[in-house]
Design a binder for this molecule. Structure first.
Ligand code: GCW
Length: 677
């Protein structure tokens, strides 16, 4: 069972006999011109393994074209079949199952591997229809980030210790690394940053550079490129220089030679990720240099090697935020820092922007920074690790949350500017090439990878959505469920129903109307703690007092954040009448008795929503109980345990939050559930 968990959605479980009989699969796999360890070679082996599992057939793998029907996998350059293949973009592929020969043809080797996984996904779901289509990625950057520390712990990791590091060095056994790369390749993720953005410079030691070489070797057959996070102060703290000023010649020379050395070990290193001048991290501002000057220093070192720099927009100063100043607002920070730098970044810098302006909350408005980076490549940062969303102890299927941002139209200059399809695709500002997606994943040594079986749907969906942000979240979930749990309808319908109800429920019991996840903000970000949000410099304030609640982010009377959006959107949020209820308290400070569009007061909405959310969570273990016998007992029990816990914890959330606001406001619940009875 542990082995199965490691396979995630790539289990290749045998289909029932009557279904196997319907499958008509050629007897030979031709992995065109594949050299050992190349992604096309991997594709050949994976097809053999998958078909062996799914259909119980043993296929031969060859590397030259053969007479007779076969499964041909290779790149467009090596393909000599008869199909006319539509134009393919980088990493794209063509899949045809219509003729006797199955054609899986990639624009590059990676694309060929992606096509092989696509074909296997169809077979595993007993989909034997004839298809012929080409598919291309929405964006070139589809990465994951791990926040693994060099000592083997993982910041915001909920599934055990690191698979990459231990005791300040890389782990020499790369078995898990390779298994992870396989999962990532199957969802078309093409890059990974393996160490925490709060970076330890020791990753640059000679031993660790050699270790990175081994890690890259383990992932290369899967087309997953390695990158690392850098600590801005490394030249001083690790290199022994007097300074880390990005304009200092000795500092520049140090980074250049360090980068050259890294590329000797990892010739195809994807690049760097940098968190600078944020939450205590060093950065260029320490020397009164701009963030772009800092980013460009790395970009110039990486440029000759074809590397890129993902520079995080999550920059704010938590020491100077002061709640007694009505106009202070952490949400303003990213645009305040980056707006005027647009156009000043080198062309191999990508600014990596969290989906909302604060920090992975249960609901946030779309980051307005996406509207300001017109000449600068940008990528969105999502989080598969459920930091504020129940840390994998709660089932929360995240794509519906991600879609609120990806589908949002920022109306730049009054024109359609949808975040996913227009901005992250590079189309709106004409910057095809370097845009895309990063997700903080934080898998660990746990045999489920994320600590929970059901949480894996989020990782699977992340890859699908980065490839195509219009991909339907329910369809994705159904595919994942079939691949993970088999073809049983009850299992699929139950998991789909629960998953689709899960984010709305979680929002209901942890923080609704745009007030953020009311968790322990200074500590683990887990469990209810509404009082911890205020009276500290972290800037995730609610401004709750005896009569009123919410952040006034209007231009007319508040922090001005609403004005960071293009005009149409700014107007929408400036006016309380047009602000949607779900973001009311993000943008406006109102009395608890303010009446929502739904007709309820804010406080009564709080009470009701918390009851509704906990009620939904209470149905999860009941729904799950009906699946006993429809899957292996281990996954059934482990999941039942988590869902039962979630149902209980949802009540804890409900009662602490309701009680807290009942106490501060003194307003009774119209249904008399809250308070002392
Ligand atoms: O939300 C905060 C997290 C930190 C994290 C930081 C970031 C890696 O609580 O743990 O640090 O965001 O994204 O840099």
């Amino acid at each position: 069972a542990a082995e199965d968990g490691l396979n995630g959605w790539l289990r290749y479980a045998r289909l029932p006999c009557d279904i196997v009989k319907q499958a008509n699969v050629p007897a030979t796999i031709v992995a065109l011109n594949a050299t050992e360890s190349s992604p096309v070679y991997t594709a050949g082996q994976e097809l053999k393994k998958g078909i062996g599992g799914i259909l119980g057939k043993t296929l031969d793998v060859t590397h030259e074209t053969r007479e007779g029907p076969s499964i041909v996998v290779g790149t467009i350059n090596t393909f000599d079949g008869s199909s006319t293949i539509p134009e393919l973009e980088e990493d794209g592929f063509w899949l045809s199952t219509q003729g006797d020969t199955v054609e899986i043809i990639g624009q590059n080797e990676r694309g060929a591997l992606y096509g092989a996984f696509e074909y296997l996904s169809m077979l595993a779901q007993a989909n034997f229809t004839g298809v012929a289509y080409a598919t291309n990625p929405s964006a070139a950057i589809r990465w994951v980030n791990q926040w693994d520390n060099m000592d083997g712990t993982i910041e915001r990791g909920y599934a055990g210790l690191s698979i990459f590091f231990k005791d300040n060095v890389t782990i020499s056994n790369t078995t898990r690394v390779e298994q992870y790369a396989r999962l990532l390749a199957s969802i078309r993720v093409n890059g990974i940053i393996i160490n925490n953005v709060n970076a330890n410079p020791i990753i640059l030691s000679d031993d660790n550079m050699a270790g990175l070489g081994k890690i890259a070797d383990a992932m290369r057959p899967w087309g997953v490129k390695l990158g690392i996070s850098l600590n801005f102060a490394s030249p001083q703290t690790f290199g022994g220089l007097a300074s880390f000023d990005p304009l200092d010649e000795t500092v520049i020379a140090w980074w250049n030679s360090t980068t050259d050395k890294l590329y000797e070990h990892v010739p195809d290193l994807a690049g760097f990720l940098v968190k600078a001048n944020s939450e205590g991290q060093p950065g260029p501002i320490t020397y009164n240099r701009t963030l772009s000057e800092g980013a460009n220093m790395f970009a110039r070192a990486a440029k000759p090697h074809g590397g890129i720099v993902m520079f995080r927009a999550f920059v704010y100063d938590y020491q100077t935020l002061n709640e007694s100043n009505w106009k202070d607002d952490r949400a303003n920070a990213a645009v305040d820092f980056f707006r005027e730098l647009d156009g000043r970044f080198d062309d191999n810098v990508v600014v990596q922007v969290k989906y909302g302006p604060i920090d992975f909350q249960v609901r946030e408005p779309t980051s307005p920074l996406f509207a300001h980076l017109r000449q600068t490549a940008s990528a969105i940062e999502l989080q598969v690790a459920q930091e504020y969303l129940g840390q994998q102890c709660h089932l929360v299927y995240l794509p519906p949350l991600w879609k609120t941002v990806l589908n949002f139209d920022l109306r730049v200059d009054g024109e359609k500017s949808v975040v996913g399809t227009d901005i992250l695709s590079g189309k709106r500002f004409n910057k095809k090439g370097l845009t895309g997606y990063a997700a903080v994943v934080n898998v660990g040594q746990n045999t489920t990878w994320l600590g929970s079986h059901l949480a894996m749907s989020n990782l699977y969906a992340y890859g699908r959505i980065a490839w195509d942000p219009t991909d339907d979240e329910v369809a994705i979930l159904e595919d994942w469920t079939r691949l993970t749990f088999g073809l049983d309808n009850t299992v699929r319908e139950t998991i789909t129903r629960m998953s689709m109800a899960s984010w709305p429920a979680y929002e209901n019991y942890t923080g609704n109307l745009g007030i953020q996840t009311l968790t322990d903000i200074t500590g683990p970000h887990y469990g209810p703690n509404p009082q911890s949000m205020d009276n500290n410099p972290w800037g995730q304030w609610t401004r709750a007092d005896a009569d009123s609640i919410g952040m006034d982010r209007t231009v007319s009377n508040g922090t001005g954040y609403a004005g960071q959006y293009p005009a149409d959107v700014a107007a929408l949020y400036e006016d309380i009448e047009t602000t949607p209820d779900e973001l009311l308290l993000w943008f406006h400070h109102v009395p608890y008795t303010h009446v929502l569009k739904s007709g309820k007061t804010v406080i009564q909405h709080f009470y009701d929503a918390h009851y509704a959310g906990a009620e939904t969570a209470a149905t999860f273990p009941q729904q799950w109980a009906k699946l006993q016998g429809l899957m292996d007992q281990q996954r059934f029990e482990e999941t039942a345990f988590r869902l039962t816990y979630q149902a209980g914890h949802a009540i804890v959330w409900r009662d602490s939050i309701n009680q807290f606001y009942h106490n501060v406001s003194g307003i009774p619940d119209s249904q008399n559930r809250v308070g002392n009875h």
